[in-house]
Structures are given as structure tokens and as C-alpha cells.
Design a protein around this ligand. Structure first.
Ligand code: PSV
Ligand code: MN
Length: 424
């Protein structure tokens, strides 16, 4: 399905008057409104190829319909999102789920939709049909060198696909760990993993980055070999300047102060990328901002402050991606909601009065510090985000237009009701 430009323009014209009133009202109070709008326009969030279909739990899966059955259809779906919001201009692939049969064609198709290839993800957490050795007891940590070698070679193959597609970064999440005390020698598991990562690191092209993603638990429930930001930071530091920590919001133990983690990783120049989602309990993979939008804002506040302190480009210097799963919502609608939540939190963080906050901090004025933060958080920035979309040719209200144009119904007509996308 294609969304023609004129349909977006028609929709925007119908909603323009109301929008303008709202926008002018908020813009009048913001001195650097143009600067903020430009930052919002530039900000792009990658969509993972595995989030375009209905997810499932251990107990069941209830696929919707019209889901993408091929890499080309996944690109088409992200193209639709990007057309609607102009904020999702990148795709992140998982190998072997998304092996491109013809990389040049796939690259050209993505370019037609205005998409680039973000981080490439390897998969050593599942055994694939025909695979020689099993990852049941881990991959890069495995006691058997042959299994470790298989995992290393898989990651090098992922880099090769990434190079063909124009990506410049490899994201590694390992399910490695143990389920019971005594199952693993924890130090040896770390050392084996480090050695394996070093071999993959050695195969990285000069201009590539490697992200080491951590996760507290699941699928292993006693120890995880890259279990927290400290361990990821250790690997990244030992590997070298091209290795970074990747923060997935759902990968912490309950109540972790993620904003503090982000702040310190940025200080150490070791924050590489981000997986956005939200959670009530652990790795729930819920829509971004659906449970704790204040935490999301606080994280963005640290990101903006920390990146500005180092003169970093918000849009280009970190890899931004959504890593969510959709069990009861239409995946595309859910992704539109997630992107909106990210843009809102980013816009609110851009509104924080840094000088006033510093004064409050330097005078131990705790009350004023809270006022400054909550002043920004309680500002309804939706008209700013909508204005950024309007100026970049996207829809004022992407979700409304998605429904008005009956995008899902059209996809079902084209692809059928019984399609199941690859992913988790
Ligand atoms: C693991 O839970 C994770 O967050 C990693 O990013 C994976 O690559 C992704 O989910 C999908 O498998
Ligand atoms: Mn993740």
C-alpha cells in the first residue's frame, strides 16, 4: 500500500486551524522554539523488523492480519510509518530472520521509502534449522570452543550482510547465562564471552560500532553473562573504542535508576544505543510511555544534558530504536504511539531550563529543582511535535490518518488475513 502525499496534505489542511491555535499558544512562551522544532524534525527512531507482526507470550499468539511476510513487506510497513510521521527513517534487521536475498535491491527499496539500515542484530539465542551445534548451554560463553566459534562466525556473517546494506553497527544481545547455581564457572563464562567478542570486534570494519546489550534475566534465571550495565561496560571497555553499551529500558531489575545509568555511560563515552519500550514488571516490551512516561522524560533529560555537555548530535551520535512487542494492539498503531511518546519526552527534555536547574542544584534548592523538571514535564508539547511533522511533510496526527486511510484493512486486502511475521 502507498500513502499519496496529497492525502496527507488534505488531512493536514482539514486540521490546520485548530493546530495553529494550539501551536501559537505554546510557541509564544518558548524563546528557542525554532531550534527545538529543528531538533524534532531531525530526530529519527529505528523500527526493528521483528516488531511489525503480532507478538506472543509463552501461552499463545493471536495474529492480526495483513502482517508482512517478507523483508520487502517489512520495509514497506516502516515506509508507511515514516510517511505518516517522518520520524521513523531507519530499519534494524535481525539475522537470520531477515537475510536479504538480493542486498542491492533491498537497499534500493529502503531508499525509495527514505529508510536507512540501522544496527544489525545477531541471533545466538535460538537454534536454527540445520545448525550444527546447539546454543542450549550458551553461545559465546560456551564451554566448548566449537560452539563459541559457531557464534563468532554467525556474528561475522551478520556484519557482512550489514556492510552490503550500508549499516554501520552490530548489536549483540546474548541469552547466555545459567539457570542454577553451580551450573557455570562465572569467571570462565565471562572470559570465554570476552574472547569471543574480541574475535568479532576484530572483524568490524573501521567505521563500525559494536553494541553490547545487557539484560538482568530471561531466558536464564540464575545468572546472565551480560547481566547489567556494569558487565556490559566492562566488556565494552576491554574491547576498545568501537564497543559501546546498549541500554534496553526493559532489561533492568525493578526500580533501577536508568537515568543515572545513562548519565554515567555518557560521561564515560560508552553509551552507544537505546532500545525503547515500557514495562510494569520486567521485560514487558510494552508501548513506550504507556506505563511510566515520567521516567522516560527523566531519561531524555539526562540524554539531552549529557549529549550537550559533550557536544554530541542528538539525532546522529546514538542509535535509537524501539524494541517492543504487540500482543493485543495493531503493531503499526502501537509503533505510532511509541514514536509519539518518544518525541514528546524528547521535546519536554529540550524545554528543561538548564540554567535554572543548575542554580537550584548549586544552592541545594531541592524544591526549585523539582519545579524546573516538572514544569517541563507538565507542558503539553504535542503541538510542537505536530508542528515538526507538519513542516517535514508528515501528518499532523499520524494515528488518526492511519485509521482514516484504513491502512490495516488495505494491508489485509493485499496480504490476506492469515499472515504471520517472523519475530518473537
Ligand atoms: C532481548 O530481550 C532483546 O531486547 C534484544 O534486543 C534482542 O535482540 C531483541 O530483544 C529481540 O530478540
Ligand atoms: Mn533489546
Amino acid at each position: 500500500m502507498q500513502i499519496e502525499k496529497y492525502k496527507i496534505q488534505e488531512f493536514n489542511e482539514d486540521n490546520l486551524q485548530v493546530h495553529k491555535q494550539r501551536f501559537e499558544c505554546i510557541a509564544a512562551d518558548i524563546a528557542n522554539v525554532e531550534d527545538i522544532l529543528q531538533k524534532l524534525i531531525n530526530f529519527q527512531i529505528a523500527i526493528p523488523s521483528w516488531a511489525l507482526g503480532t507478538g506472543g507470550t509463552r501461552f499463545g499468539r493471536f495474529p492480526g492480519g495483513g502482517e508482512p511476510g517478507s523483508l520487502e513487506e517489512k520495509i514497506e510497513d516502516i515506509g508507511l510509518l515514516h510517511k505518516l510521521n517522518n520520524s521513523s527513517g531507519a530499519i534494524s534487521l535481525h539475522i537470520p530472520w531477515d537475510i536479504p536475498s538480493n542486498a542491492a535491491n533491498v537497499k534500493a527499496l529502503a531508499a525509495q521509502h527514505g529508510l536507512r539500515f540501522d544496527a544489525m542484530n545477531s541471533n545466538t539465542f535460538q537454534d536454527q534449522p540445520g545448525q550444527k551445534l546447539s546454543y542450549k548451554f550458551g553461545s559465546m560463553q560456551h564451554v566448548d570452543k566449537a560452539v563459541r566459534q559457531q557464534a563468532i562466525e554467525h556474528n561475522i556473517e551478520v556484519i557482512k550482510y550489514g556492510v552490503e546494506l550500508g549499516s554501520d553497527c552490530l548489536s549483540i544481545w546474548l541469552a547466555d547465562g545459567s539457570n542454577f547455581p553451580g551450573q557455570l564457572n562465572l569467571r570462565k563464562a565471562f572470559q570465554n564471552t570476552l574472547e569471543s567478542l574480541q574475535e568479532v570486534y576484530a572483524a568490524l570494519p573501521d567505521d563500525w560500532k559494536m553494541f553490547v546489550e545487557y539484560k538482568a534475566f530471561e531466558p536464564n534465571f540464575y545468572s546472565t553473562t551480560v547481566g547489567d550495565w556494569g558487565q556490559s561496560f566492562l566488556y565494552a571497555s576491554k574491547l576498545g573504542p568501537k564497543a559501546y553499551t546498549l541500554v534496553d529500558l526493559g532489561h533492568h531489575l525493578p526500580n533501577a535508576n536508568i537515568e543515572q545509568i545513562v548519565s554515567l555511560l555518557l560521561m564515560e563515552e560508552k553509551l552507544g544505543g537505546f532500545h525503547f519500550n515500557d514495562s510494569k514488571y520486567s521485560d514487558d516490551d510494552l508501548t513506550v510511555g504507556s506505563i511510566n512516561p515520567y521516567q522516560l522524560f527523566l531519561i531524555f533529560k539526562e540524554l539531552v544534558e549529557g549529549m550537550d555537555a559533550r557536544g554530541m548530535n542528538h539525532a546522529a551520535d546514538l542509535a535509537w530504536m524501539i524494541d517492543a512487542s504487540h500482543n493485543v494492539k495493531d503493531p503499526l498503531e502501537d509503533l505510532l504511539q511509541s514514536i509519539e511518546a518518544i518525541m514528546i519526552a524528547y521535546a519536554q527534555a529540550l524545554l528543561v531550563d538548564g540554567k535554572a536547574l543548575e542554580t537550584a542544584q548549586m544552592t541545594n534548592d531541592v524544591v526549585l529543582a523539582q519545579e524546573v523538571l516538572q514544569g517541563a514535564y507538565r507542558t503539553d508539547v504535542r503541538p510542537l511535535v505536530a508542528e515538526a511533522r507538519l513542516r517535514s511533510g508528515a501528518a499532523l496526527e499520524p494515528l488518526q490518518l492511519f485509521r482514516k486511510l484504513k491502512v490495516r484493512e488495505n494491508l489485509i486486502k493485499e496480504r490476506g488475513l492469515k499472515t504471520v511475521a517472523t519475530g518473537l
